[in-house]
Design a protein. Structure first.
Length: 313
C-alpha cells in the first residue's frame, strides 16, 4: 500500500489525534475522525491549517492545500468501517479504551491494523479490551506526531505474525521513523530516556546546583544539539577517537560510574512541582504556551529538515 492509498481512521481528536490527522492528510490519505466532542471538526481543521506550512517545509505536504478528505463522526464504528489502518488516540484511561475497542472490533476489516498512541498504558493492558487482539499494536508517537518523526511500535505473543512489520511500513509510508519495542516496560523506550534525564534535571534544581532555566539551557545548547544528529552511544563512539566506543569505555569508566553513583532520585511531589513552576515563571520566557509551541515547531522543522531529509514518503 502506498502513501496515497487507503483510508485511515483517527479515533480521538485531542492534541495527539489532531496532529496525526494533519500528517495523514499531508500523506494523501482520506481520514475519518471519531470524537464525541462537537467542537472536534473545527479544532481538527484549525490544526491541519496551522500545521500545513511546516508539513510543506519538510516535504511531507506537496500541495498548497489538502486534496484528501476528512470526514467526522461521533460513532467509532462508522469511523473504522472500511479503514485500512486505525490510529487510536483517545484519553489514556483503560476503561475508555476498552469501551472503544468493544465498539469497533465487530466492524473492523480482517486485515485492518489498529495502532494505539498510548504512552502510559502497556500493550498487554490494551489487549484486555479485545476478544482477539492479533492486529492491535502499540504505535506510540512523540508530540507533535506530524512533526517529530519517531513512532515506537510493539507487538507480543498475541500479535499476529507480520503485523508489527506491516504497521512499521505504514508509519514509514507517511514519513515517520520507527523502532520496535521488543519487551514490555512502562513508558516504552523514549519516554523512559527523557524521564531519566528530567529526573536528574530536577535533582540538580532541588540541590541548588543550577536554576530551571540554566539546566534547560545546558541541554538545549549542549548535548541536545548532538542528540538531534545521533544517539548517545554513537556519539560516545565518536568520542573514543580511532578505537571508538572501546576506547571511550576504557577512558571514562571511573568517571561515569562515579556520576551514576551520585545521580539523584527526586519525587515529583507538590514541593518539587511548585519549584518547577517558579523556575519556569522566572525563566524569562516570552509568549504564551501557544506562542512558544509555534516557536518550538518552527525551530524543530529546521532541525528535522537538516537531519532527516529522507523522511519524505
Amino acid at each position: 500500500m502506498s502513501a496515497s492509498d487507503g483510508r485511515v481512521a483517527a479515533l480521538g481528536a485531542g492534541l495527539i489525534g489532531r496532529s496525526w490527522v494533519a500528517l495523514f492528510i499531508a500523506a494523501g490519505r482520506d481520514v475519518s475522525v471519531y470524537d464525541p466532542d462537537p467542537t472536534a471538526p473545527d479544532r481538527v481543521r484549525e490544526t491541519v491549517t496551522a500545521a500545513w506550512p511546516t508539513l510543506q517545509r519538510l516535504g511531507l505536504a506537496v500541495d498548497d492545500a489538502p486534496r484528501s478528505s476528512i470526514t467526522f463522526t461521533d460513532d467509532p464504528a462508522d469511523a473504522v468501517a472500511g479503514a485500512d489502518f486505525v490510529q487510536e488516540s483517545v484519553p489514556e484511561r483503560i476503561e475508555i479504551k476498552r469501551d472503544l475497542y468493544a465498539r469497533i472490533e465487530p466492524v473492523l476489516a480482517p486485515e485492518t491494523i489498529v495502532g494505539s498512541s498510548a504512552s502510559g498504558l502497556t500493550l498487554s493492558e490494551l489487549q484486555t479490551g479485545w476478544r482477539d487482539p492479533a492486529r492491535l499494536v502499540l504505535g506510540h508517537p512523540f508530540n507533535p506526531p506530524h512533526l517529530i518523526p519517531l513512532v515506537e511500535v510493539m507487538g507480543n505473543d498475541r500479535t499476529a505474525p507480520g503485523v508489527v512489520a506491516a504497521a512499521r511500513s505504514f508509519y514509514e509510508s507517511v514519513g515517520r521513523v520507527t523502532i520496535e519495542v521488543r519487551r514490555e516496560v512502562p513508558g516504552h523506550v523514549a519516554n523512559r530516556l527523557q524521564a531519566a534525564l528530567w529526573r536528574e534535571a530536577i535533582h540538580l534544581v532541588n540541590e541548588g546546583v543550577a536554576t530551571v532555566a540554566d539546566v534547560d539551557t545546558a541541554i538545549a545548547s549542549g548535548p541536545g544539539l548532538r542528540w538531534a544528529v545521533m544517539g548517545p552511544t554513537t556519539l560516545f563512539h565518536l568520542g573514543g577517537d580511532d578505537r571508538g566506543i572501546a576506547s571511550f569505555c576504557e577512558r571514562y569508566t571511573d568517571s561515569f560510574n562515579r556520576w551514576w553513583d551520585d545521580l539523584g532520585d527526586p519525587r515529583l511531589d507538590d514541593e518539587t512541582a511548585a519549584r518547577l513552576v517558579q523556575g519556569i515563571e522566572g525563566a524569562g520566557l516570552e509568549g504564551s504556551v501557544a506562542e512558544l509551541s509555534a516557536v518550538r515547531d518552527a525551530r524543530l522543522a529546521e532541525v528535522i529538515a537538516a537531519t532527516h531529509p529522507h523522511l519524505r514518503p
